[in-house]
Design a protein around this ligand. Structure first.
Ligand code: ZN
Length: 146
C-alpha cells in the first residue's frame, strides 16, 4: 500500500506581535511563503478567542467566543491546499487563571497577547482538500494512511 511521504523543507520560527489575529496572521505567512504542505505549532497567550465546535448532526461549526486573558497551552495545525490556495487548519487549547482548560477549532477573531510559532514546510505532492460528502468537511483527497 502506498503511503504519502514528505520531507522537511524549511522551518520558520518567530514571535507574533500583540493584537494580531492568530488565524489570519498564520494564513498570511503561509500564503506569502506559498507553503502548500506544512505543520504549525504555537504557544503563548491570547486576550480573547473564538473557537469552533463542529456539530456532526447539523454539519456546521458552532462558534464559542471567550474574553479575558488565556494561556495558549497548545495550538497545533496543518497547512494544505484548498481552492488552489494555502489553507490553515488549526486547533487550540487554552487555560484560564484557575488552570481550567478548554479549546476547539481555531477561528478568525482570536487575538494574540504574545505568541511563539514554529511553521514547518514539507516537500512532496500537494495535500489538497475537497468537500467530503459524508462529513460535509473539506478533507484531504487521496491521502489515506490505511
Ligand atoms: Zn478543526
Amino acid at each position: 500500500m502506498f503511503r504519502p511521504q514528505y520531507k522537511y523543507k524549511r522551518t520558520f520560527i518567530g514571535s507574533l506581535p500583540s493584537g494580531v489575529d492568530l488565524y489570519d496572521v498564520l494564513t498570511k505567512i503561509v500564503t506569502e511563503e506559498d507553503i502548500r504542505t506544512g505543520n504549525i505549532k504555537a504557544i503563548g497567550a491570547v486576550t480573547s478567542a473564538i473557537i469552533g465546535f463542529f456539530d456532526q448532526n447539523k454539519k456546521e461549526y458552532l462558534n464559542i467566543e471567550i474574553k479575558g486573558g488565556f494561556e495558549i497551552l497548545s495550538c497545533i495545525g496543518n497547512v494544505s491546499v484548498r481552492d488552489c490556495k494555502p489553507f490553515v487548519h488549526a486547533h487550540i487549547t487554552l487555560s484560564d487563571k484557575d488552570g481550567k482548560v478548554f479549546g476547539g477549532h481555531l477561528m478568525p477573531g482570536t487575538k494574540v497577547f504574545a505568541c511563539e510559532v514554529f511553521i514547518d514546510e514539507f516537500t512532496g505532492e500537494d495535500l489538497v482538500r475537497e468537500r467530503d460528502e459524508e462529513t460535509d468537511l473539506f478533507l484531504w483527497k487521496n491521502k489515506n494512511l490505511i
